[in-house]
Design a binder for this molecule. Structure first.
Ligand code: GDP
Length: 530
């Protein structure tokens, strides 16, 4: 690679902002995604990104989409230009359920936006996802949404963030008017006030007007005075923006707004461009950094099957980590050393697929016919590199799966091993249960539905599931397994994918009793969850 192209790659990487929104269902993630796209002028009317009917996250809708073999919102990567930047917004599954995919997406981002409902504050799924961000040291920006509706006090919400997750809030904007009566937003650093007026229906941008302080004090009384008091208080407690604290994951810039009427959304985009980090060097399995302008490397973070109605294809989503990707490149699969041709490289958003000719660090490339790829795999060109595997998360749901039809055992085995290799579900085994009755383990119960559905439709192997009453998982070793095998209400299973010994317990209480009785045995928590 020539010196100029090194510079070009670094420059392109510097323009990228790759992030995901973490939130609890109903906080407004889909609405925010649409609003962001609207500001970027990718689409011209809110709602056009993906159909309302399909995205309402009930299980049946989602399964219906799978059935139709359409591309669901779960696979969306929204890429658009904003100012001089290129924004990649990776969507985490929109349904009200967890799956491993949700977590894996976070392996491919450089920042996250934590979206809070002004009336609800921190909710359970937000907390779980935040834990993942913390463990991966992903900087988090906070957007307090639905300020156009009655909600909690701004200061109280900040306090909750600090008390509950220990993240120091640094307001970037401050609302004038309580939740439900939003008049506008003050820029904390400069004091500039932007007033918003809603337009009918909220389907287009709210009108924004910069109003001088003297006028605002009169026209927006008493809200203006209240906001000024609060800002003075924030000044006193030292909530000023601190870049190092944000990048280190100990503090979070906070912005207020309302995605539905499009208030504060452009400001959020500005904050992403100005504050969020661009792709940086990534550390490989041996702890060596690979610079963004090194030869090409990419990390597969998600594999989705059956995305094309006419083919049984599999698409792997790869994040470019270093170098320039060019369609047609022949890459090397780090795990096997085998070549991987990239003739069919696409970008995917909703139903749209576009062929990608080139991509830079931070971009997401969809690779079609990716039968050989699994989440966590590294692909590289020229200079070999392998990134650490994406950790699998502590499963909280378990069920024994059995083939329901005589004569379909071969299909059953093939299906199970396929789903396992794609990372759709974790497959656990034990000598006691035998090969005919492996245990499926999931982070969220919806994964069971997907697995059952695919076993039946794709592999023609109808199955029965027998739920097991375990909910807590710990990693143990051979010595621990020997002790645990003699206890009741605990079972040790071997995870197919990596051979890890997982001890599963009916409750935390059961785990604690055993831990107290046998303090010497290894019982290690898995990342996030449990
Ligand atoms: P998701 O489950 O997080 O994707 O949430 P949605 O984007 O589907 O939003 C959930 C509900 O909240 C929908 O009825 C939205 O119209 C509504 N909503 C989202 N953002 C706002 C907002 O800023 N203000 C108001 N009033 N409603 C909102």
């Amino acid at each position: 690679m020539s010196a100029t192209s090194h510079g070009a790659v670094a420059g392109e990487a510097g323009r990228r902002r790759t992030f995901a929104v973490i939130s609890h269902p109903d906080a407004g993630k889909s609405t925010l995604t649409e609003a962001l796209a609207l500001h970027a002028e990718v689409i011209d009317e809110a709602g056009a990104v993906h159909g309302k009917a399909g995205r309402r996250g009930v299980t049946s809708d989602w399964m219906e989409m799978e059935r139709k073999r359409g591309i669901s919102i779960t696979s969306a990567v929204l890429k658009f230009a904003y100012r001089d930047s290129v924004i990649n917004l990776l969507d985490t599954p929109g349904h009200g359920d967890f799956s491993e995919d949700t977590y894996r997406v976070l392996a491919a981002v450089d920042a996250a936006v934590m979206l809070l409902d002004a009336a609800k504050g921190l909710e359970p799924q937000t907390l779980k996802l935040f834990d993942v961000c913390r463990s991966r040291r992903i900087p988090v920006l906070t957007f307090v949404n639905k300020w156009d509706r009655p909600g909690r006090e701004a200061l109280e919400l900040l306090d909750e963030v600090e008390q509950t997750i220990g993240l120091r809030p640094m307001p970037v904007t401050w609302p004038v008017g309580v939740a439900g009566e939003l008049r506008g937003l003050v820029e904390c650093a400069t004091g500039e006030f932007t007033r918003f007026r809603r337009t009918a229906g909220g389907a287009t941008r709210a009108e924004a007007e910069i109003v001088p302080a003297e006028r605002a004090a009169v026209e927006e009384a008493p809200h203006w005075a209240n906001a000024q008091d609060e800002l003075a208080l924030l000044d006193e407690i030292g909530a000023k923006y601190d870049e190092a604290a944000f990048l280190a994951g100990v503090a979070t810039p906070v912005l207020f707004g309302a995605a539905l009427p499009n208030v504060g959304v452009a400001r959020l985009l500005d904050a992403l461009v100005e504050l969020a980090p661009s792709p940086a060097e990534r550390t490989d399995v041996d702890g060596r950094p690979r610079a963004v302008d090194a030869p090409f490397s990419g990390l597969v973070f998600k594999v989705q099957a059956g995305m094309d109605p006419s083919h049984r294809d599999r698409m792997a989503f790869m994040r470019v980590c270093s170098g320039r990707f060019e369609r047609g490149m022949v890459l090397t699969h780090a795990g096997t050393g085998k070549p991987f041709a990239t003739k069919y490289a696409q970008s995917v958003f909703g139903q749209q697929r576009t062929t990608i000719e080139e991509a830079f660090p931070g971009d997401i490339v969809g690779l079609v016919n990716a039968g050989a790829l699994r989440p966590g795999d590294t692909l590289y060109a020229e200079d070999p590199v392998e990134y650490p595997p994406i950790p699998s998360f502590a499963p909280e749901h378990f069920a024994v799966v059995r083939c329901a039809e005589a004569g379909k055992h071969k299909q059953f085995r093939r299906g199970i091993s396929q789903l396992d290799s794609e990372g759709v579900i974790q497959v656990l085994r034990s000598d006691l249960r035998g090969d005919q009755a492996p245990v499926l383990a999931a982070v969220g119960p919806l994964q069971f539905e997907v697995a059952t559905h695919r076993l039946e439709s794709e592999f023609r192997a109808p199955v029965t599931l027998e739920p097991l009453g375990y909910s807590v998982t710990r990693r143990t070793d051979a010595a621990g397994a020997e002790v645990l095998d003699r206890q009741s209400e605990v079972e040790v299973l071997t995870r197919n994918a990596d051979g890890a010994l997982l001890a599963v317990f009916g409750s935390k209480w059961r785990l604690e009793t055993i831990r107290r009785r046998y303090p010497e045995i290894v019982l290690e928590a898995l990342p996030a969850g449990s």
